[in-house]
Design a binder for this molecule. Structure first.
Ligand SMILES: *[C@@H]1O[C@H](CO)[C@@H](O)[C@H](O)[C@H]1NC(C)=O
Ligand SMILES: *[C@@H]1O[C@H](CO)[C@@H](O)[C@H](O)[C@H]1NC(C)=O
Length: 372
């Protein structure tokens, strides 16, 4: 190219007296090309043209040669543009393919990265739930242990109450028995029954000590009998009265026995139930302990899996970034090729416009010579 521009410069030097307008850009090019022509590109062809013109060889040959050179220059730009257009198509196609491939790779890596995040989040959720379970398990075992302690304390206390109640009950039974013996003694003797108010009063006092064990109406009916005896003493129905008193006492005795029996049964049932509950609860505690161990191992393993998932996530992120970079690079490459193409094309167009102008000027010059 430089050498060809050298020719143009040469042509200007020869034919152009700088009488026509040349814009600054062209001047610049001419100056640059002059420098090139003067140094690197001073060629044999240039010398030949110079020789042709200087030796006055047929002017028409020289003119043809110059036209030929100018057209060659234009043609070479047109050829170069044709090649550039071809390359343009290839570049566009290759660029599109490359971008498509990298886009696919990137979206695949994007998916893998999302999966890695999800995977890590899942493990974290599992660990959270496992830890919740472990906390629950611990709290549950504490609660059961506390309940067992509390119930055993209660049981101990109620055992003492039970013992007291039995003692109280048996004492009351003892009193009744003694009273019965007294009253029975009157009946067996067949003696005139002297169940004085003093006696009745003392029996009533003894019974009152245990009043919590007797129904109020029983005490009252007994006292009524005792009082009635005093009124009926003169009528001589003592034996019948004694039998009535005995009947009431026996009623009281059997009631006390039944209540004692019930007391025992209750206590047995309560103890039995407690024992059953404690043994079930202890079984639950030991199964909770087994499950705790198992879940603890699981939690440790999950924590390790979270570490691995985090590493995988970090790696996926880097790979995604790399494929994003590759995609960016492919896009930048294509853009830079496009820019180069556009720049080279504009330059060729500009050159060809200049060449067209030069051809016009040259034609005018030639016409002016012919006219001379
Ligand atoms: C004790 O338990 C038995 C059977 O479980 C029941 O039949 C009985 O009525 C209970 N006794 C008392 C006093 O609760
Ligand atoms: C190819 O040519 C078209 C049309 O001039 C242009 O828009 C595009 O930037 C060019 N691309 C390349 C890679 O040269």
């Amino acid at each position: 190219m430089g050498r060809q521009w050298g020719y143009i410069l040469f042509i200007f030097i020869v034919f152009n007296e700088s009488t026509f307008l040349i814009n600054n850009y062209m001047k610049f090019i001419i100056v640059v090309l002059f420098a090139l022509a003067a140094t690197t590109y001073a060629s044999k062809t240039q010398d030949q043209i110079l020789a042709l013109l200087q030796t006055g060889t047929k002017a028409s040959d020289a003119i043809d040669t110059v036209f030929g050179l100018l057209n060659d220059l234009k043609q070479s730009n047109i050829d170069a543009q044709f090649a550039a257009d071809q390359k343009n198509e290839t570049d566009e196609w290759v660029g599109a393919q490359t971008i498509e491939q990298f886009t696919k790779i990137k979206s695949l890596n994007q998916k893998l990265f999302s999966q890695a995040i999800e995977n890590r989040a899942n493990y974290e959720e599992v660990l959270k739930q496992t830890k919740n379970y472990l906390a629950w398990n611990e709290a549950r075992r504490d609660e059961i242990a506390r309940k067992i302690d509390a119930l055993q304390d209660n049981q101990c206390f109620s055992n003492q109450l039970f013992v007291k109640s039995i003692k109280h009950n048996q004492e009351a039974l003892e009193v009744i028995r003694l009273l019965k013996q007294d009253v029975a003694g009157y009946i067996i003797n067949g003696d005139s029954f002297e169940f004085t108010q003093v006696k009745a009063q003392s029996v009533a006092e003894k019974l009152k000590q245990y009043s919590n064990l007797f129904q109020d109406h029983q005490i009252k009916s007994f006292l009524a009998l005792a009082n009635g005896q005093e009124e009926g003493a003169s009528s001589g129905h003592g034996a019948t009265l004694a039998e009535k008193v005995l009947g009431v006492l026996e009623g009281l005795e059997s009631e006390l026995s039944a209540s004692l029996e019930n007391l025992k049964q209750n206590e047995i049932n309560a103890s039995w139930e407690l024992a059953g509950w404690v043994s079930l609860s202890e079984a639950e505690i030991s199964s909770l302990e087994v499950e705790y161990e198992r879940k603890q191992v699981f939690a440790d393993r999950t924590a390790t899996q979270i570490q691995a998932a985090l590493a995988q996530q970090a790696k996926s992120k880097i790979i995604l970034q790399e494929s994003q970079d590759a995609l960016d690079q492919a896009q930048a490459d294509l853009e830079s090729r496009r820019a180069d193409y556009a720049e080279a094309k504009a330059k060729r167009q500009e050159e060809n416009a200049i060449l067209d102008e030069v051809i016009i000027m040259f034609k005018k010059q030639v016409a002016s010579w012919s006219g001379r």
